[in-house]
Design a protein around this ligand. Structure first.
Ligand SMILES: Nc1nc2c([nH]c(=O)n2[C@H]2C[C@H](O)[C@@H](COP(=O)(O)OP(=O)(O)OP(=O)(O)O)O2)c(=O)[nH]1
Length: 133
């Protein structure tokens, strides 16, 4: 089981989604950016580090949102999602090939990594989009 942290990064009422690049596991799938937590590292610090490394942005990890354990055929992951505030920096892509700032009601238009789907539904429900299935 690998520990992964992902950021629900907010700016101006929209959330940052990123599409995994061609050489990555789950290439082409959309995700909340983040990465693997290193040994001895807190989830909060890991998230800020990964977002700086992968997107070149400074963020501040805020509250824990939810976690989901998911078993892919090749690996099992424990995905922890945190709300995160965008602070500064121009996004510069390295591991992803596309990003979008998305409104909550548009989240289901994106082909998410499977582990993210329960988190997406929970997020939509939290903001009042209750009639989704
Ligand atoms: N970052 C991130 N990874 C996710 C999400 N959903 C999901 O299934 N994953 C999976 C994909 C990968 O198998 C694993 C995280 O790997 P990663 O490739 O983002 O992490 P990393 O940058 O630390 O890894 P590496 O390529 O440097 O080895 O979790 C998500 O929303 N965000």
């Amino acid at each position: 089981m690998i520990d992964v942290v992902a950021g629900i990064i907010w700016k101006d009422g929209r959330i940052l989604l990123a599409r995994r690049g061609k050489q990555k596991h789950l290439a082409g799938k959309w995700e909340f950016p983040g990465g693997k937590i290193e040994l001895g590292e807190s989830a909060e610090i890991a998230l800020e580090r990964e977002l700086k490394e992968e997107l070149s942005i400074q963020t501040r990890t805020e509250d824990f949102f939810d976690l989901n354990i998911h078993h892919y055929s090749s690996v099992s992951i424990k995905l922890q999602a945190y709300n995160s505030a965008y602070i500064s920096g121009e996004i510069c892509l390295s591991d992803h090939d596309k990003i979008e700032w998305v409104e909550i009601q548009d989240l289901l238009k994106y082909d998410f990594a499977e582990a993210d789907i329960p988190l997406v539904y929970k997020l939509m429900q939290k903001f009042g989009y209750k009639d989704i299935n």
